[in-house]
Design a protein around this ligand. Sequence first.
Ligand SMILES: [Zn+2]
Length: 177
Amino acid sequence: MTIQTAAAPVPDARLLAPGAVSPAEHDWLGDAIELAENNVAAGGGPFGALIVRDGEVLARSGNRVTESFDPTAHAEVMAIRAACSRIRDFRLTGTTLISSCEPCPMCITAALWARVSRIVYAADRQAAEGAGFDDREFYDLLATPVQDWPVPVVRIAHADSDVPFRSWSTAHYKIEY
Ligand SMILES: [Zn+2]
């Protein structure tokens, strides 16, 4: 007699309760952590991320900052770019971002821009800080008034500042995002 075990159903990312974690997600999180570990062995940063949808891994990536001389090449951003490129859409509605570590402010915003439906991570910003990364510092900075930042962020009134928006509002070919 053979015992057949049905594969655990993979719930739609949009239907999962925020605190619920599916067995598949737990496995994918393990994959992201393994990816992060292998990335270190390959000379990269200790981060890995996957984009999954309907039980399928659309894309996966490690951190590529140092090898590509790109400070935005975090694992989550790279996975988002690869997933979008694969499905030829700039929206990742219905997908889950699975990351070995809590996404930094840039990556979590990238996920919001991409309309990712769910974000799952393992290590938190404190753990990243312990390893020498600035995630928590940037989260704290974003919570402080911009006038108090060490980096000057200056608004300059310019007569033409609204021109691009006016062009956009009348453009016939604009694609909303
Ligand atoms: Zn990031």
